[in-house]
Write a protein that binds this ligand. Structure first.
Ligand code: SF4
Length: 342
């Protein structure tokens, strides 16, 4: 992934509750992260990487949810560059989903007939070590501000497109002004009915739910679906819950997708607790993704057999509406492949 700074065009908002200040403060060295948590490299079996290519980004709110003096903390596992990333990993890829094949215009991916995906921003508020796009060249793939008109024209020219998905990176890395302009352009296309946003920023910087964002959702003629990315109940602080409930009150439908990660959420009890907390936040579990074969992330893999056992346990523990669908993205397949079919 090309490291891109988050969009910080609007600097006039006050520092308290200023999500952009939180985003700017997210860049942290491995050494400072460990020192803050009263840990040392020796606390990790394979050590840590002092200066990884995929830089460490941990916003202060997320950092505050990580337990000090606990090298096994499930949130820390998602953001710390551990030595395992540098191990030789034959067969692991840099573009595991072969997304480059679906580029329809700069910043526009077209995989499904009724949906178009805009890579609205190449920036993220947090860098998740398991990210399947960590090697992605966002500098080339993200929607440039100058390319917005062309992407919208391509969507307008195809009446089969009913839903536009804003992804990234993270679309909520955009300023409210840029996001509103993009959403207004999409709302101006008569055959588009749904705007979907995929975001992890809401989990790591709940202050991202600004009055302007809430008003944009409430005023839009489009149905807004927000697919959150959260992996563990410890991420869902009361501040996050309050922010999510504001979005729901504005009319957004809230879903969550997780990644099944060794050392984070690879136990049915942990996922069940997460799903119940999601419900308390007004969010329904949607997908549980099995990891993709991304270079540098093998230490997060959970085997297919273990995933099946976890899914079966969840069906016994939770009502059906709280059990996420266990899936894997298989390159060349037009929809996600359910675990049972793997
Ligand atoms: S927020 Fe999403 S796109 Fe960004 S690093 Fe994390 S998983 Fe990857």
């Amino acid at each position: 992934m090309t490291f891109l700074q988050i969009d910080t065009a609007e600097r006039s908002v006050p520092a308290i509750g200023d999500w952009q200040a939180q985003a700017r403060a997210a860049r942290i060295s491995t050494a400072d992260l460990l020192a803050h948590l009263q840990l040392t490299p020796g606390d990790f079996a394979a050590g840590v990487i002092a200066d990884p290519d995929f830089p460490v980004l941990v916003p202060p709110h997320f950092l505050a949810q990580i337990r000090a003096r606990d090298p096994a903390d499930p949130l820390l596992a998602q953001v710390l560059a551990r030595g395992e990333e540098a191990w030789p990993q034959p067969g692991r890829l840099t573009d595991p989903l072969e997304e480059a094949d679906y580029r329809a215009a700069p910043g526009l991916l077209r995989k499904y007939r009724s949906r178009a995906l805009l890579i609205a921003s190449g920036a993220c508020a947090v860098h998740c070590r398991y990210c399947f796009r960590r090697h992605y060249d966002y500098g080339a793939a993200a929607l440039p501000a100058s390319g917005q008109a062309a992407a919208l024209a391509a969507i307008a020219a195809d009446p089969a497109i009913d839903e536009v998905i804003l992804s990234g990176g993270d679309p909520l890395s955009l300023s409210d002004a840029r996001l509103a302009a993009l959403a207004a352009g999409i709302a101006g296309i008569a055959h588009v009915n749904t705007l979907r946003l995929h975001s992890r920023t809401l989990v790591v910087i709940p202050a991202r739910v600004t009055d302007a964002l809430v008003e944009m959702i409430a005023a839009s003629r489009l149905q807004t679906v927000i697919v959150l990315h959260s992996n563990h109940a410890n991420e869902l602080s009361d501040d996050v819950r309050g922010a999510l409930l504001r979005l729901r009150a504005a009319g957004a439908t809230l879903l969550n997708q997780s990644v099944l990660l060794a050392g984070v959420n690879d136990a049915a009890e942990v996922i069940a607790g997460h799903c119940r907390r999601l419900l308390a936040c007004g969010v329904l579990p949607y997908y549980m993704h099995l990891t993709d074969p991304v270079a540098g992330t093998a230490h997060f893999d959970v085997g297919t057999e273990m995933a099946r056992d976890i899914e079966a346990d969840l069906r016994r523990m939770l009502p059906g509406y709280l059990v996420p669908r266990f899936v894997r993205e298989v390159p060349g397949e037009l929809s996600k492949t359910p675990l049972w079919a793997l």
